[in-house]
Design a protein. Structure first.
Length: 73
């Protein structure tokens, strides 16, 4: 008899949440970098492009995470 591996729903949720957290960090930092570069090149060293870039990155990560978690149902 082959042993079947049982994957618990808690493990699936934990894995998805880990992916969401890492995705948020990566996309948030990427938005911060892009916003900072845009600030240096185009906006005479204003702070708001860095905040906007970070917000966009976190927003995209949130949307991706929401879709990923809704697919668990």
């Amino acid at each position: 008899m082959p042993a079947t591996e049982v994957v618990l729903s808690e493990d699936k949720l934990g894995k998805k949440l880990d992916q969401c957290i890492s995705d948020t960090i990566v996309k948030g930092c990427g938005g911060l970098v892009i916003g900072s570069v845009a600030s240096l090149l185009f906006f005479k060293r204003r702070v708001w492009p860095a905040f906007v870039g970070t917000g966009f990155g976190v927003g995209v990560a949130y949307s991706t995470c929401e879709k990923s978690l809704n697919s668990l149902k």
